[in-house]
Design a protein around this ligand. Sequence first.
Ligand code: SF4
Ligand code: SF4
Length: 225
Amino acid sequence: MGLLDPIAGFGVTFKTMFRKTFTQAYPEAPKVTAPRFHGRHQLNRWPDGLEKCVGCELCAWACPADAIYVEGASNRDEERFSPGERYGRVYQINYLRCILCGLCIEACPTRALTMTNEFELADDSRQKLIYEKSDLLAPLLPGMTAPPHERQLGDSERAYFLGLPETRPVDLPQGTGNPNLGLAGWKDKKKKAKAEAELARKGAAVAPAVDGGDVPAEHTQGVRE
Ligand code: SF4
Ligand code: SF4
């Protein structure tokens, strides 16, 4: 052991002594978690209260702990729970299995599933740790109506989806681009320029899209900035 080693050891002590302390009074006061802490899941809603979950089961397939159980069902015009064709009729997360890894929320295509900062999940029975859809659904905010009900679009479909690309196909020349992404689907600049020229020849003006891609101007009407 060198002569200066004890001093170096005390150096760590002294450095820590003068650091600003961060004391939490948990459980008397709520514990402050890191902003991206992985806590209890939440099933989100669209602004009109319809559910974002489309019952696709991708979250269940992505889960390494087999903690999610989903049963999808078809929406009907007179009984609509989500904007698309399908919704999650049964949705369960088993917190006895869940390791809060977050792979399920990465897999979700509609951002229906996210994680909150809530971590107090302990309970006194195994049954209570299987969360049902009703336990996981986000609360209804002002302006939302509990489903089932018709989709309340607002000014346009794009306004409803808060700036995401519209779901209806863009009128692109055959064999060019991804019809759901518009010209944003092109990675090859030459092919994109060719598609733009073709659109211009057909008289469709091209306007920049909110998400950074290009879509014909008539598809951007009524978009809220
Ligand atoms: S957080 Fe991980 S373990 Fe928990 S349900 Fe999602 S994928 Fe499964
Ligand atoms: S939460 Fe997302 S991934 Fe899971 S079933 Fe619903 S839409 Fe699909």
